[in-house]
Write a protein that binds this ligand. Structure first.
Ligand SMILES: [Zn+2]
Length: 175
């Protein structure tokens, strides 16, 4: 069975295993690149229609955009996400240390940071990789499990958050 682009009805190439696209797999590359060409309103519409929580992160590891599903999952409005670093967005305890997210010794072993930087550097996609950050929650600091996928489109990384839950414990939020 052939699948078609959800926007332009172009027939999508049958699974090209060398370039898996875990986030925009129902969209042709041309449409995805078009929607992400600027940071204006069409990008939000495009991101919202993906239907799953997605952050857009630039090569400096700054979050440039987020869809409605990501805002809901993270319990923040867009202003609390846009132009912030990923650690601030998920409330990693290390993001409140001097210098902030990305500049701590700890950050060198952060899976979320590694996935973002590697996707930018190589164009490689990642699919459902678990990360275990310590997050500041309403009930104090909790070791958490965050599952993420990534994909490079133009010069931006799309980071899908599949779930955030307490590591080995009850769910905090999920998509
Ligand atoms: Zn298309």
């Amino acid at each position: 069975m052939k699948s078609v682009c959800a926007w332009c009805n172009t027939v999508l190439a049958d699974g090209d295993a060398s370039e898996p696209r875990p986030i925009t797999h129902g969209i042709c590359l041309q449409c995805a690149q078009g929607f992400l060409a600027d940071l204006a309103e069409p990008m939000r519409d495009f991101l919202d229609r993906l239907g799953v929580p997605v952050l857009v992160i630039d090569s400096g590891a700054v979050v440039r955009n987020a869809n409605a599903q990501a805002c809901e999952l993270l319990g923040k409005d867009l202003g609390g996400i846009q132009d912030h670093r990923p650690g601030d967005v998920v409330e990693c305890i290390h993001s409140s240390e001097p210098g902030g997210c990305g500049r701590q010794l700890h950050c060198q072993s952060c899976t979320i940071r590694k996935i973002v930087l590697e996707t930018h550097a190589t164009g490689r996609s990642f699919n459902r990789v678990p990360a275990y950050p310590d997050l500041q929650t309403r009930d104090g600091i909790k070791r958490s499990r965050v599952e993420i996928s990534s994909e490079l489109v133009n010069d931006l990384v799309l980071l899908r958050i599949h779930e955030i839950c307490e590591a080995g414990g009850e769910e905090i939020a999920a998509d």
